[in-house]
Design a protein around this ligand. Structure first.
Ligand SMILES: [Zn+2]
Length: 186
């Protein structure tokens, strides 16, 4: 950030009084611009034992498969966000179920939240952000062509729990920030 979104003056990076971290602070109007993690919300929609996946028509990870998911909007609940994203990306009217997984994606400054969901009718299509949308039997999930590690985590836990007849929720952390002097490990 270079300029204040409140008044347009240049901002500087400094630790405000009483704070512990550097923030973008406007010297003109005094606004402190906080930069906090963003919530990405999605679900694993199941219909008749099959899972609805979308192939991404947008970057990042264009052409790879994911469950319906996207950024939460102001004024909606997590469940509403998950249902809205399913309709926008897959034209699918889902019923959101129990909490499946919370994935802290530290390098992306995001928290991904996934719910179990039911797709009552096999009615779906490609939203503008999807190249194609398909129902996959568990044996046909394109594991090597999934868009994100969080997608894989959610799907693997989903199938494990379903086989066990349980609906717990799971937490995990993914951190691909480079360690100083540690080089790159992809
Ligand atoms: Zn300002």
């Amino acid at each position: 950030m270079n300029y204040c979104s409140n008044c347009g003056a240049p901002v500087t990076l400094r630790v405000p009084p009483g704070d512990q971290r550097p923030r973008h602070v406007c010297a003109a109007c005094g606004t402190i611009h906080y930069d906090n993690p963003r919530l990405v919300v999605g679900c694993v929609p199941e219909h008749d034992g099959q899972i609805l996946l979308c192939r991404r028509a947008i970057e990042p990870r264009l052409g790879y498969w994911t469950v319906p998911a996207g950024f939460m909007e102001n004024g909606e609940t997590l469940q509403q966000a998950a249902a809205r994203e399913s309709y926008e990306e897959a034209l699918a009217r889902v019923e959101i179920g129990s909490l499946l997984a919370v994935v802290h994606v530290l390098h992306a400054r995001q928290v991904h939240v996934f719910f179990r969901a039911t797709l009552p009718a096999a009615e779906f299509g490609s939203g503008v952000e999807s190249l194609e949308v398909e129902l996959f039997a568990p044996a046909d999930i394109p594991w090597s062509d999934l868009a994100f590690p969080s997608t894989e985590f959610a799907l693997r836990r989903y199938f494990e729990d379903r086989a066990a007849g349980r609906e717990p929720h799971h937490f995990t952390t993914i951190d691909r920030r480079l360690k100083p002097g540690g080089g790159s490990h992809s």
